[in-house]
Design a protein around this ligand. Structure first.
Ligand code: CP3
Length: 347
């Protein structure tokens, strides 16, 4: 908000400018692919690490130092605001978020606690520590979209089909709305705290929205995502909205209010841009599988992504989803170099 990252390639691309050197960062760039992460985290539970400002900021900075990416992404998790509100949630290694008492009844949802704004202090502190070191390199803050976060609360853990969640959404829209109102308010407060503390861009992750038809998305997920984005709409940071398997939802997602759409690897960026009318900056969408191919195959794929991205008003290079934990970090460093070595002809 003080303008120190305004000239960065990331912020300029998110604002719809082409930059000669494209901005590149990776979802889940901080994490198990890095040996320095594994050694720092050893013996500390995931959510305890997220709530330790010194550790969270150090983990956030690790991939920036190592790979020379053009943005940091705040080390935290979409379930952190739930934990801060008093929900009994844990992140089980190799599994994901597990909620002790899944929310299945209206009475449980009516009894949800309120989030004390003071509980967000470790988040603000960690963000402030990151931006003090990052200087002109932007920090991306994030939160989970209500549909995705609600799925963990209702299912009680990771789910393949999200059947109980979708059943609530479709069959009991009143209870669903009570739940998504609550999630939107805590998740929005989490996102806003990161923005106020100095994040330069904000990303809303709706990882599981691709399990919804467009009609279902519009009926039960779009409004709650718009509520989250409304809670930060007075702030100047560009907002990115990303989902997995959401090729059919791109327009409906943009209507929720973000400036930039994150595209997964299932849809070429030129087609995504066409669907969006050519007016929306895009982020994406190198197939994470390309991290595991030989270098020539990888370089060909990256060039295709860059060429396809040239049709959008701005393009921030990223993967189509997060960095797999088994990725060789050296491959990511080389990938950043490759993207930086290919000047944008549209700039
Ligand atoms: O580097 C970054 O991108 C920033 C940090 C980040 C994490 N989680 C750290 C994390 C971000 C942006 C998230 C978001 C998140 N968390 C999403 C949305 C993005 C997506 O990937 O679709 C979702 C669905 C979650 C829920 C969640 N948390 C899952 C599915 C898992 C993985 C479980 C596992 O062990 O495989 C987590 C844990 C988690 N969040 C880890 C990290 C680095 C792994 C923790 C560990 O080291 O064991």
């Amino acid at each position: 908000m003080d303008g120190r990252t305004a000239g960065s390639s990331l912020v300029r691309a998110f604002r719809g400018e082409r930059t000669r050197e494209r901005a590149v960062w990776f979802m889940r760039q901080a994490g198990r692919s890095l040996p320095e992460y594994r050694s720092l985290r050893a013996g500390t539970a995931m959510l305890d690490a997220c709530l330790d400002p010194e550790m969270a900021s150090e983990i956030t900075l690790q991939p920036v130092r190592r790979h020379g990416v053009d943005a940091a992404v705040f080390f935290s998790d979409i379930v952190v605001p739930l934990k801060l509100a008093g929900i009994d949630v844990e992140i089980v290694p190799g599994t994901g978020p597990v909620v002790a008492e899944p929310l299945r009844s209206r009475a449980q949802i009516e009894a949800l606690p309120t989030l004390d704004p003071a509980a967000l202090t470790p988040i603000s502190e960690a963000v402030a520590r990151c931006v003090a070191v990052l200087g002109s390199t932007p920090l991306v803050g994030f939160a989970g979209a209500p549909f995705t976060v609600a799925s963990y609360l209702v299912e009680g853990g990771p789910s393949k089909e999200h059947l109980i969640t979708k059943a609530m959404m479709l069959g009991d829209p009143e209870t669903w709305t009570l739940l998504t109102d609550w999630v939107a308010s805590v998740t929005g407060a989490f996102l806003r705290a990161q923005a106020i503390a100095g994040a330069s861009a904000l990303q809303l992750f709706d990882s599981w929205a691709g399990h919804l038809s467009e009609q279902q998305y519009r009926a039960g997920a779009q409004g709650p995502s718009a509520q989250v984005l409304d809670l930060v709409s007075d702030l100047p940071q560009p907002k990115v909205h990303f989902g997995v398997g959401t090729s059919e939802l791109l327009i409906a997602m943009r209507e929720a209010g973000a400036d930039v759409i994150g595209v997964d690897h299932r849809l070429p960026l030129d087609e995504a841009s066409r669907r969006l009318g050519g007016s929306t900056p895009l982020q994406g969408n190198i197939d994470p599988a390309a991290l595991f191919t030989d270098p020539d195959t990888r370089a060909r794929h990256v060039r295709q992504v860059l060429d396809a991205g040239a049709s959008a008003p701005g393009h921030v290079v990223n993967l189509g989803h997060g960095v797999p934990p088994s990725t060789d970090p050296e491959v990511l460093t080389r990938l950043v170099e490759l993207v930086h070595s290919l000047p944008d002809p549209a700039a």
